[in-house]
Write a protein that binds this ligand. Structure first.
Ligand SMILES: *[C@@H]1O[C@H](CO)[C@@H](O)[C@H](O)[C@H]1NC(C)=O
Ligand SMILES: *[C@@H]1O[C@H](CO)[C@@H](O)[C@H](O)[C@H]1NC(C)=O
Ligand SMILES: *[C@@H]1O[C@H](CO)[C@@H](O)[C@H](O)[C@H]1NC(C)=O
Length: 432
C-alpha cells in the first residue's frame, strides 16, 4: 500500500486517527462498524439544489448540527462535483458520526433506460473521478452506480448496463489498488412488476466482481398512521429480501400523504419484523421544496432567483419543520443492537439469477454482461425474447399514492416515478 503513489487517497488514509470514524465493513447481508457492532442506517437525503452540497463548509456545519440532534448517521448525496475538494464537509459529517453514501452519476452521465441503454468510457471516467475524489474519506459509506435508472415495468433491458457499471467500478478499484474497496451498489425505484427480479439479478450467482455490494430500494409504500407492516406491503418487500446475500436498505422512504409525517415505518424497519433483513433507511429529504418532503426549511427565495419556479431557499438558516421533530422522536426510540461481527455467520448463499420472462424480465441470465462501450439494440432483443412492452395498465407501483401527488413527478421521459429525487431535480435541471 505505502509504495503505491496514489494521490489523494493514500494521504486521506494516512490522515485517519483514532478519533476518525472508521470505515464500515460488510459481511454477508449486514454492515458493521470497526468495533464489530452492527451498523443500522438512519440516513437523510441531502441535496439542497441540483449542485454539490458538500462544498459549502458553513452550510454543512449548520446542517450537521441539526442532523446530530435528529440522530442521523448517514447522508445520501445524489450529485457531487469531482473537481471540487470535499475535505471540510466530509470532516464535519465525520465528526458527528455520519457516513456519506454518494451517487457516482450526474445528469450528463447517468445510465439511460430508453436512450437506448448504454455504458461507455465517458461515463466510466466521470464515475471514477467521483470515486477517486471521495475514496480517501473514511466516512464514505458507499457509492451508487445509479438511482432509479429503471422507472418502467418494461425497463429491464437497462439492468445489464447497471451491472456492467458495477463490474467496471470494482475492476477500477482493483486496477488502481485501492486499499479499501468502497461498497458499490444501486438504488432502485419500487416497481412491482420487476420485483424481486432486478434486486436479485444485481446480486445473483457467486461472482462478487460483478455483483452489487448492497441494494437500496426507494419505497413510498407506507403512508400515514393507519398503515402497518402488512397494509403497507412491507411484508412483501421483506419476504423478497429474506434470502438476500448482501445488505439491503431503503435508499429513499417517507411517504408524505398525509402530512405531517409520523414515520411509523421506522418502527417496522428497525423492529423485530425487519431488522434482521434490512440495514435501515434514508429519509427523503432534508430540504423543504415544493414537493413537501422537507425536514427543515430555509425560508422563501426571491422568485427571480428561484430554481425552476420553486421559491424555497436552497440554503441559509434551517428551521426544523414538524416532520423533523417527529422523526427525531421516532429514531430516538428505535435502536436495534443486531448481531456482532464475531458472532455472525451469514447463511445466505448465492441466489440464482432470475430466468428471462418475455415482456417482464427481458434479461437472459446466461448472456454475458455488456462490454464497455456497448449499446442495447432493442430490435435484436425483441426478436430473441418476444414482446418488449407490457400493457401500460400494468405499469403500477404497488401502493404509491405519492407518484401523482409529487408536483415534479414527471420523470426523465414524462412518466410518473416512485422516487422523489430523480424526478424533481431533473425537472429543475432542464430549466437551468
Ligand atoms: C457515452 O454516452 C454519452 C451519452 O450518454 C455520450 O455523450 C458520450 O459521447 C459517449 N461517450 C463515448 C466515448 O462514446
Ligand atoms: C417474492 O415475494 C412474493 C410474495 O410477496 C412471492 O410470491 C415470490 O415468490 C417471491 N419471489 C422470490 C423470488 O422470492
Ligand atoms: C416501454 O414502454 C414505453 C411506454 O410506456 C415505450 O415508450 C418504450 O419504448 C418501451 N420500451 C421498450 C424497450 O420497449
Amino acid at each position: 500500500m505505502k509504495s503505491i503513489a496514489f494521490s489523494g487517497l493514500t494521504l486521506g488514509l494516512l490522515a485517519v486517527t483514532s478519533s476518525a470514524l472508521e470505515p464500515l465493513t460488510i459481511k454477508g447481508s449486514k454492515f458493521f462498524h470497526a468495533d464489530g457492532t452492527q451498523y443500522f442506517m438512519k440516513g437523510i437525503a441531502y441535496q439542497r439544489s441540483p449542485t454539490d452540497p458538500l462544498v459549502d463548509k458553513s452550510q454543512c456545519q449548520t446542517d450537521a448540527t441539526l442532523m446530530k440532534e435528529l440522530g442521523a448517521n448517514a447522508i445520501r448525496v445524489y450529485h457531487v462535483d469531482s473537481a471540487k475538494n470535499h475535505d471540510d464537509c466530509m470532516k464535519i459529517f465525520e465528526d458527528i458520526g455520519v457516513y456519506a453514501f454518494i451517487d457516482l452519476d450526474d445528469f450528463p452521465t447517468y445510465i439511460e433506460q430508453d436512450g437506448p441503454p448504454h455504458w461507455n468510457e465517458s461515463q466510466l471516467e466521470a464515475y471514477t473521478k467521483v470515486l477517486d475524489n471521495f475514496a480517501g474519506y473514511s466516512n464514505l459509506g458507499g457509492v451508487f452506480v445509479g438511482n432509479e435508472i429503471i422507472t418502467k415495468s418494461n425497463g429491464s433491458f437497462a439492468a445489464p448496463y447497471i451491472k456492467a457499471a458495477v463490474r467496471d467500478i470494482k475492476a477500477y478499484m482493483e486496477e488502481k489498488k485501492y486499499t479499501r474497496k468502497i461498497p458499490t451498489g444501486y438504488s432502485a425505484a419500487d416497481i412491482a412488476e420487476l420485483r424481486p427480479n432486478l434486486q436479485n439479478y444485481l446480486a445473483c450467482g457467486d461472482d462478487s466482481a460483478v455483483n452489487v455490494d448492497f441494494f437500496g430500494l426507494n419505497a413510498y409504500e407506507w403512508c400515514g398512521e393507519a398503515t402497518d407492516y402488512h397494509v403497507s406491503g412491507y411484508d412483501k418487500l421483506n419476504e423478497n429480501a429474506t434470502d438476500y446475500p448482501v445488505p439491503i436498505f431503503f435508499s429513499e422512504t417517507g411517504c408524505n400523504v398525509p402530512t405531517p409525517r409520523t414515520f411509523k415505518d421506522q418502527f417496522a424497519i428497525f423492529g423485530p419484523e425487519m431488522q434482521d433483513v434490512w440495514s435501515g433507511a434514508i429519509i427523503y429529504e432534508w430540504i423543504q421544496e415544493d414537493n413537501n418532503y422537507g425536514l427543515v426549511d430555509y425560508g422563501r427565495a426571491d422568485p427571480k432567483t428561484a430554481i425552476g419556479g420553486d421559491t424555497w431557499n436552497r440554503g441559509g438558516k434551517p428551521t426544523p419543520l414538524p416532520d423533523f421533530s417527529a422523526l427525531k422522536t421516532v429514531w430516538a426510540s428505535v435502536d436495534p443492537t443486531g448481531v456482532s461481527l464475531n458472532k455472525y455467520t451469514s447463511t445466505k448463499g448465492p441466489i440464482s439469477c432470475p430466468a428471462s420472462t418475455a415482456g417482464i424480465w427481458n434479461v437472459d441470465p446466461s448472456s454475458p454482461l455488456p462490454t464497455l462501450g456497448q449499446t442495447a439494440v432493442f430490435a435484436e432483443v425483441d426478436a430473441a425474447v418476444g414482446p418488449t412492452t407490457v400493457a401500460s395498465s400494468q405499469t403500477t407501483y404497488s401502493v404509491d399514492p405519492t407518484s401523482t401527488s409529487k408536483p415534479n413527478a414527471a420523470g426523465r421521459n414524462g412518466v410518473a416515478v416512485s422516487g422523489g429525487f430523480a424526478a424533481a431535480v431533473i425537472a429543475v435541471a432542464a430549466m437551468l
